[in-house]
Design a protein around this ligand. Structure first.
Ligand code: SF4
Ligand code: SF4
Length: 137
């Protein structure tokens, strides 16, 4: 049984709620993050890349090795705090070996819609079991 997280990059709005809910749940120090948000754009947080009017910007939650791969608590229904609190349902969690899990069903749905599914390169030292789905951005 492998519990994975799927991040739909098209739905992520860069709000940091996932990151902050983890920090709140675990009482992390101000400068400690188990998941942080990367802006893909102009090189700084929340800045677009490109030249007007052809600007682009998107966000990705980056799970570090500090993430303990938790399953939240009873109040979150066994879903990690970061996933449970995402306001746009960009994050989905579940057993990749169970075709009926939220993870597997969402992955199949996005693949059928021709989303590209990928993981971060190993040199980024990401947490295991995190996948990204993205289409046309
Ligand atoms: S994954 Fe969800 S909670 Fe995290 S930054 Fe994106 S939209 Fe916000
Ligand atoms: S899975 Fe748990 S420990 Fe990891 S970032 Fe999410 S809330 Fe934090």
């Amino acid at each position: 049984m492998a519990k994975n997280i799927l991040a739909n990059v098209n739905r992520c709005v860069g709000c940091w709620t996932c990151s902050l809910s983890c920090k709140q749940a675990y009482g992390l120090a101000d400068d400690e993050y188990r998941v942080f948000i990367r802006t893909i754009g102009g090189g700084q947080i929340d800045t677009p890349g490109g030249k007007w009017p052809n600007l682009y910007m998107k966000w990705m939650p980056i799970y570090t090795k500090k993430c303990i791969g938790c399953a939240g608590n009873a109040a979150t229904g066994g879903v990690p705090y970061c996933v449970f609190n995402c306001p746009t349902d960009a994050l989905v969690y579940g057993d990749s070996d169970d075709p009926e899990s939220a993870y597997s069903k969402t992955l199949a749905e996005l693949k059928s819609e021709e989303f590209r599914v990928y993981q971060l390169d190993p040199w980024e030292e990401p947490r295991d079991g995190v996948f990204y789905a993205e289409k046309g951005i």
